[in-house]
Design a protein around this ligand. Structure first.
Ligand code: FAD
Length: 550
């Protein structure tokens, strides 16, 4: 049904632009105004690191929809360089500053959507405003970084923050020939991953000659005599650089909402209900600026990702048009490519579960090939699956590898969203031909391994308990593998000899069995358990122990 409602949207990129387009599709009669304080709407911020690196050669390729196209196709009144500076909730009016003229005007609304995003964190460290220290959020930011690199003939970069944007920038700076040091206060890169899952990522970075300076926070910046920068750290390091990229996270842009008295959550994001409506019934908010419920923990969280922002924009548009739209919450499904490696995750990590006091969960690791091992080019991926005990509800998954990682995490993400269990993963029917997967896909295998644990067919011992265990460690790999390296105190009984050597094993002591990746140890445990031994496995075998070094 057509209306004459007037909707103003503040912020014209992911959440705002998607809300505007959806609104028009639902309501041909609405007056829709899209305000963007920057010079562009609907640009590809996720592509910015690749523009810096030259993979995306042309700046225009980052512009997905022009203001003109918005006008012609959607009849949306797009105003770039227009910043909303205040909300007069009583009158339902917005105060807007026209960046071109410097003038200010008021614009009335029936419904207001706030999609102002999040700003890169810039802590008040000494020297933070020195020239040559950049954050990356907008097209002009990326242009300035490119120009600085070219003008200064930059050869050395320090990237502060080793998560998604930091690592994407690292790859692209290396691509441009710069030597890069990544500094992070955490002892690992890619903070959303559990520490052990970040090991292959750190190895990959080092193999690509990235210098990792981890577990040490930046305390300040100084200009040096040759016109470069020095990055000082708490640990006493002085890292020289021609350019510094700050990628230490983002902060929701809530100044407008806060000044208008809208409810702000404990994490600093705008509070919304499931239809993305704020504490004012005429105002909705979407994207990086809002707090959302985490689908696994049920807690409020900030999840600055493009997918949720776009979907929330649609939900807000539906709700404004009177539809019963509900945002399901976020689960943190994310992917990142670094030097040919894919890193992906969904749901809660083990560290997040621990933070929230969740104890009833199990973890399995597996290292399957991304497609049939006999088909050329097969490479192992590393998967960690976290699930509730005893129900087997999927709580989270993380994976790294060279190929096929994203599709496995996507499948698990969908199962998680539907409240699926490891038994569902065990059973799910996925497409297969040798160059794409295996008849038992890595997703099936993850479900099978986890289901084996829950059914008691393959009791799993946690790696964290290894140091204090009284169990006898049995390595069922071949002698040459054992000779190359093994766990301290392990005895070597190759799987093929196990049935003949059962008499050597104690019946009054727990047996912990491992092999290379967990496949032979599974068979070994089945033999032992059926012969009356108390036996379990170390999940994912020696490859897990070695930080996923195949
Ligand atoms: P934004 O897209 O940031 O848009 C907000 C807009 O509002 C801005 O253009 C801002 O200028 C405007 N604005 C703010 N205040 C006002 C005001 N008062 N008046 C008018 N306009 C205003 N996510 C992924 O899922 N995958 C990725 O690979 C990925 N890569 C990224 C790479 C980079 C370099 C960056 C910066 C982000 C990346 N993200 C990625 C995150 C993703 O881009 C954001 O989650 C998403 O854009 C958030 O959408 P949003 O609409 O909330 O905010």
């Amino acid at each position: 049904m057509e209306t004459n409602r007037k909707v103003i949207i503040v912020g014209g990129v992911a959440g705002g632009a998607s809300c505007a387009a959806r609104l028009r599709r639902l309501d041909e009669g609405a007056a829709i105004v899209l305000l963007e304080r920057g010079p562009y709407v609907s640009f590809a911020n996720c592509g910015l690191p690749y523009y810096v690196g030259g993979v995306i050669p042309d700046e225009d390729d980052l512009l997905m929809v022009s203001p003109d196209l918005f006008r012609r196709r959607f009849n949306i009144d797009v105003r770039v360089l227009h910043e909303a500076t205040a909300i007069d909730r009583r009158r339902r009016e917005l105060v807007v500053r026209d960046g071109a003229t410097g003038g200010e005007y008021r614009e009335g609304y029936d419904a207001l959507v706030l999609a102002p995003g999040a700003a890169p964190l810039r802590p008040p460290l000494p020297g933070i405003d020195l020239p040559g220290i950049f954050s990356l959020r907008t097209i002009p930011d990326s242009r300035e970084i490119r120009e600085w690199i070219a003008a200064r003939r930059a050869r050395k970069a320090v990237v502060v923050g080793g998560s998604y944007i930091g690592l994407e920038m690292t790859e692209n700076l290396v691509r441009r020939g710069l030597a890069v040091t990544v500094v992070d206060v955490l002892p690992q890169v890619m903070a959303p991953l559990d520490g052990e899952m970040a090991e292959p990522v750190m190895r990959c970075l080092e193999e690509n000659r990235v210098d990792l300076h981890l577990g040490d926070g930046v305390t300040g910046f100084e200009a040096d005599a040759r016109g470069g920068l020095v990055v000082r750290t708490a640990g006493g390091a002085s890292l020289t650089a021609d350019i510094v990229i700050l990628a230490i996270g983002v902060k929701p842009e809530v100044a407008l909402a806060r000044a208008a008295g809208l409810e702000i959550g404990e994490l600093g994001g705008i509070r919304v209900d499931e239809s993305m409506r704020t504490s004012d019934p005429a105002i909705w908010a979407v994207g990086d600026a809002v707090e959302v419920r985490h689908a696994v923990t049920g807690r409020w969280c900030l999840m600055p990702l493009a997918g949720p922002a776009n979907r929330q924009g649609r939900v807000a548009a539906d709700a404004i048009c009177g539809r019963n739209a509900r945002f399901r919450g976020v689960q943190g499904t994310a992917v990142c490519g670094i030097f040919g490696m894919t890193v992906a995750m969904t749901g809660a990590s083990e560290k997040v579960l621990k933070q929230h006091g969740v104890r009833d969960y199990e973890v399995v690791y597996l290292h399957p090939y991304q497609h049939a091992s006999y088909y050329p080019g097969a490479k192992r991926m590393h998967i960690k699956l976290i699930f509730s005990r005893p129900e087997g509800r999927i709580l989270g998954a993380q994976a790294t590898g060279e190929g096929g990682v994203d599709k496995r995490i996507d499948v698990i993400a969908m199962a998680l969203q539907k409240n699926g269990t490891v038994f569902d993963l065990e059973e799910c029917e996925l497409c297969y031909a040798p160059q794409f997967g295996s008849a038992k896909d890595p997703v099936n295998l993850a479900g099978m391994v986890a289901a084996n644990v829950l059914r008691g067919d393959m009791p799993a011992a946690g790696w964290s308990g290894l140091a204090s265990t009284d169990a006898l460690l049995i390595d069922v790999r071949e002698p040459f593998e054992f000779a190359a390296d093994h766990l301290d105190g392990a005895v070597n009984i190759p799987l093929g000899d196990l049935r003949d050597r059962l008499a050597e094993l104690p019946r009054d002591r727990e047996l912990l069995v491992y092999c290379a990746i967990g496949e032979r140890s599974y068979t070994a445990v089945r033999i032992l358990v059926q012969h009356g031994f108390r036996a379990g496995t170390l999940s994912g075998g020696y490859v897990t122990y070695c930080g996923f070094n195949p």
